[in-house]
Write a protein that binds this ligand. Structure first.
Ligand SMILES: C[S@@+](CC[C@H](N)C(=O)[O-])C[C@H]1O[C@@H](n2cnc3c(N)ncnc32)[C@H](O)[C@@H]1O
Length: 212
């Protein structure tokens, strides 16, 4: 299901600042070579991540789900001069593609790529996060959220992608393990007094969750 009308998507992209050339190259390469290129955040959502990151000037960002590196590069742009982004990718081939782009990036010194299962890697990261972007396996969103929330700074943001899961959470009876998991995640956040949140109907649904 197209959640946003394709014409509205095109219009939004046209009236958003253009993707910088390097970030566009990641998108073009992924679309030309990857069978699951639709997983990439894309122009409008990527620009939104860059603007949020630039406003917050984070010291530490965690990304769960690197894929080919697009969103990590968007987020890295806003980091403080001594800031770092840790990004975690399970699949070695996608991590290798991301790493190639990271090494060419002006932010290369600020990007730390971890290859492996986020559930194993996150507990070993001894950091306090300004921004966490959750964009990996949908059935683990609640686990990731509970793992990282104690390490998110006050007023820090958790950004969760695909929270409308292709519209599959909108039906009266929700089927499919991913849609069920995402719906449970949305309910979990809604009932959590430690945060306030807004669920945006951007792309496939993007929740912005602020730790109180
Ligand atoms: C939707 S894609 C990420 C897209 C990327 N954030 C972007 O916007 O360009 C999800 C990624 O999470 C990775 N992933 C899935 N399960 C994971 C896990 N347990 N640990 C780390 N990465 C995982 C997948 O291999 C995939 O590359």
């Amino acid at each position: 299901m197209d959640l946003v009308h394709p014409l509205a998507e095109q219009y939004a992209a046209f009236y958003s600042s253009p993707e910088n050339e390097f970030i566009r190259e990641v998108s073009v390469h992924t679309k030309q070579t990857h069978p699951h290129a639709q997983m990439l955040s894309g122009h409008v959502q990527g620009s939104f991540l860059t603007i949020l990151s630039t406003l917050l000037q984070p010291q530490r960002i965690l990304e769960i789900g690197t894929f080919t590196g697009y969103s990590a590069l968007c987020l890295a742009k806003g980091l403080k001069s001594d800031g770092l982004i840790h990004t975690i990718e399970l699949r070695a081939d996608d991590a290798a593609t991301a790493n190639r782009f990271f090494r060419q990036s002006p932010h290369k010194e600020k990007i730390i790529l971890h290859i492996g299962n986020a559930k194993d890697i996150i507990p070993a990261l001894n950091e306090n996060w300004d921004i966490v972007f959750i964009d990996a396996d949908k059935t683990a969103y609640i686990d990731y959220y509970e793992l990282i929330l104690p390490c998110v700074k006050q007023n820090g943001l958790i950004i969760a992608d695909n929270v409308l899961f292709h519209g599959e959470v909108l039906t009266e009876i929700i089927n499919g393990k991913n849609a069920i998991a995402i719906h449970a995640f949305n309910m979990h956040v809604k009932n959590d007094r430690r945060v306030e949140q807004v669920l945006l109907t951007m792309r496939d649904g993007l929740s912005i969750i602020r730790k109180l």
